[in-house]
Design a protein around this ligand. Structure first.
Ligand code: NAP
Length: 280
């Protein structure tokens, strides 16, 4: 199959690697000519250019640009595509994208591979990035069944675990497990660097080990990605943050009251439920 990828960065480049391995012909489009050349040299794509019109031969196109550029990219691209081409995107938020793209293109199906690293750009692309990772598709009432079937087959070839839900359910769920953690983690770093005593702060930096590494990782990652999550999933994220603030208040109350029994009870429950989230 001829598969187009717009946005040759971490996700687009990684998709290119694996789709080529599966025998597809991958046509890439990116913003910078230098990225196109690198993608060809690294083997992410068969061909690449900065011209959207060069995807005219694609049967399916994955839009892998930064979140804010997904809709403008599709607006530009559709002038060059026959109407039977299936377009999908990989954006981390679904409701606003699906709402804006559906009136433009019938054969559109939103998607989100739940895989990534702290790095970005074509050099960060990895083979097998999607293996055993969730990949969510968000069909709506009028999504053509052939578009669903086509993407289902491609995603299965990536070795990903496929899930379906509505765009709204997706955004609420990822708010809890992806967007809230970024905000919690970034506010942890902010709180630490606000330590007034310079010596204590220096010591904290020296003593920081695996616990801090784990809990600060997502908040210390790509700033643009974090900002986009908040901007595009604002409503769901604010609900999650409210609930989180409530949990924090409860925790502070228990510590202030020296209510060690309730605190221990909470920690026990959380120890029990954590595997439901992280052990697949
Ligand atoms: P990335 O590494 O920064 O890649 C995005 C690429 O898009 C850039 O390398 C850039 O390539 C290209 N680009 C920028 N403007 C463009 C334009 N106007 N036309 C064509 N290409 C353009 O970002 P990413 O992490 O792959 O994220 C891409 C998308 O995946 C985002 O929508 C994000 O929400 C989603 N996502 C990310 C992750 C993650 O963990 N990173 C996980 C799941 C989904 P040039 O070098 O040519 O400028």
């Amino acid at each position: 199959m001829n598969i187009g990828i717009v946005g040759l960065g971490l996700i687009g480049g990684s998709l290119g690697f694996d789709l080529r391995t599966q025998g597809h012909k991958v046509l890439g489009v990116s913003h910078r000519e230098s990225t196109c050349q690198k993608a060809i040299a690294l083997g992410n794509v068969d061909k690449a250019s900065v011209e959207a019109k060069d995807l005219a031969a694609a049967e399916v196109v994955f839009i892998c640009t930064p979140l804010a550029l997904i809709v403008p990219t599709i607006e530009e691209l559709i002038a060059h595509l026959p109407s039977n081409v299936v377009i999908t995107d990989v954006g981390s938020v679904k409701t606003p994208i699906v709402k804006e793209v559906l009136p433009l293109w019938d054969n559109f199906l939103g998607g989100h591979p739940m895989a990534g690293t702290a790095n970005s750009g074509i050099e960060a692309a990895q083979r097998n990035l999607f293996v055993d990772r969730p990949y969510v598709l968000t069909p709506v009432k009028n999504t053509p069944s052939n578009a669903v079937k086509m993407l289902e087959e491609i995603i299965q070839q990536l070795g990903a675990n496929l899930y379906y839900c509505s765009p709204e359910q997706h955004d609420r769920a990822v708010s809890w497990i992806s967007h809230l953690p970024v905000m919690v983690s970034t506010s942890l770093i902010t709180a630490c660097i606000n330590e007034n005593d310079k010596e204590v702060l220096q010591l904290a930096k020296k003593l920081a080990s695996s616990g801090f590494k784990d809990t600060s990782r997502v908040g210390g990652g790509n700033p643009e990605l974090g900002m986009m999550m908040a901007r595009y999933n604002r409503e769901a994220l604010l609900i999650s943050l409210q609930q989180y603030r409530h949990s924090l208040d409860e925790l502070m109350e228990q510590i202030q009251q020296e209510d060690w029994k309730s605190l221990e009870e909470k920690l026990k429950i959380n120890q029990q439920v954590r595997p439901d989230f992280v052990d697949g």
